[in-house]
Write a protein of this length. Sequence first.
Length: 430
Amino acid sequence: MAQLSVPQICLALLACWFLFKLMRTTRKAIFTPLHHIPGPRYASWTNLWLKIQVMRGNRCQYIHSIHERYGPFVRVSPDEIAVADLASIKQIYRVGTNFLKSPWYQKFNESPHPGIFSMIDAKEHATRRRLFAQSFSKTSLGRFETQIRKKVDTAVSKIDRDMKVDKADILKWFTFMATDVIGELSFGESFNMLEGEMVRPSAFSARAPNCMCKFLTLDRQKNPYIVDLETAMMVSGSRVELGPFFRIAKFLPVAAIQNALTLGNRMSQYGMAAIENHKKHVMQSSDKEAASLFSKFLDPTKNQELSLAEISEEASNLIVAGSDTTAISLTYLVWSLLRPQHQSIKRKLLAEIADLPVNISAAELDRLKYLNAVIKESLRLYGAAPGSLPRICPPGGAQLGRYVIPEGTTVSTQAYTVHRNESIFEKPER
C-alpha cells in the first residue's frame, strides 16, 4: 500500500475537518428544536450576517425588522433567538432567574479582575452588586448634588454663549458635562473638560485629571489618555465580534493595530494611577466617604473588600459607560422637543417649569410629573443602550411561549423592540 505524502495527509485532515463542520452545522440548522422558530433561512446556518450588521452598527434595527416580519420569537443565528414576548421577557430577566449571563460579557474584559459588567457568575455578581448598592443609592448620590449642579450650570452657560454667536453643539457640551461629573463621582476630581473647552467632537476630548498627568503630554490635543478613551468602546466591540481574527491581528506589523491591542493595559495603568492618587486624598480627608463613590473601599481604617485593581476596573467601566450614554440621552431629549411635531409637548413642559426657582432641588424636580414623563418617553424611544442582553438557557431547557428552547441556547431581548411594542405602550403620548 502506497504511503500518503505530507500534503495528502494535510488535505485529508482538512477534508475531515470540513466534513465535521458541515455535519455539525447541518445538525444545528435542521435537527434541533430551534428549527421550528421562524426567522431568515440563512440564520439557521450561519451568524455571519448578524455579525455584519453588528459591525455596521445596525444590529438593533436589523433585529427589530425581522421581529416585525416573523413575530416575537425569531432565530437570528444557529444558536441564538431574539425574544420580544412580554411574558417570556419576565421569565428570562426576573430576579433569581436561572437564565444566566452569556459568556459574551466576558469578552469585553481583558483584565484578570473583571468588573460587575463582565461578571457572569451569579453569586459573584450578586456579591459585587451588594457592595455598590449603598454607593449608588439615591441618598448617596444626593451628596454630589452640589458638584453636579455646578457642572450643569457651566454646560448651560457654554451652550447659551454659543447660541448667541451662532449655534451650539449640544452633544459636545453634554459629553463634557457628563464626563466631568463621572470624574467627580469616580475619582473625586473633575476631568475639567467644560473648562478646557476642547474642540474634539467626541467623548473625553479634554485634559484628564491631575492624578493622571504623569502619563500625558503637554499638548492636550494629542493627549494619549483621551485618545485611548475615545477608542476604548470601538476596540472592545471589535474584539467581541471578530474573536479569533482579532487575536491573530497581534502578528500584523501595523502601528494602529498594535496600539489598539495594547489599549487594555494602558487603560488599567491610567485607572490604577487615578485610584492610587484618590486613595491618598481619602486618607487625608476628615470625611473619608464623601470624596467619591469608591471612597469607602479606599479607607484603610475599614476592611478592604476590593483590591485596588478591582476598584480601578469598576471606575474605568463607569467612566467609559457613563459619559456617552448620558450625553446621547440628553441630546435626543432636546432634539425631540425641538421637532415641529412636538411643539405642543414643548409648550406644556415650558409651562410646568416656567416659575421654578433657579436653585430647585433634585427632590423637587422628582415631583414634576410632566418633566419626568417627557424624560421617560425620550428614554423609551432613544435610550442610549437599546441593544440585546444575551442570556443562556438553563440546563434541561425551558419553555418560552409555545417553543421549547434547548439548554445552552442564547436568548436575548433588546429594549429597542420592546419599547416600540404597541401592546405594552398603547398610547405613550396620552
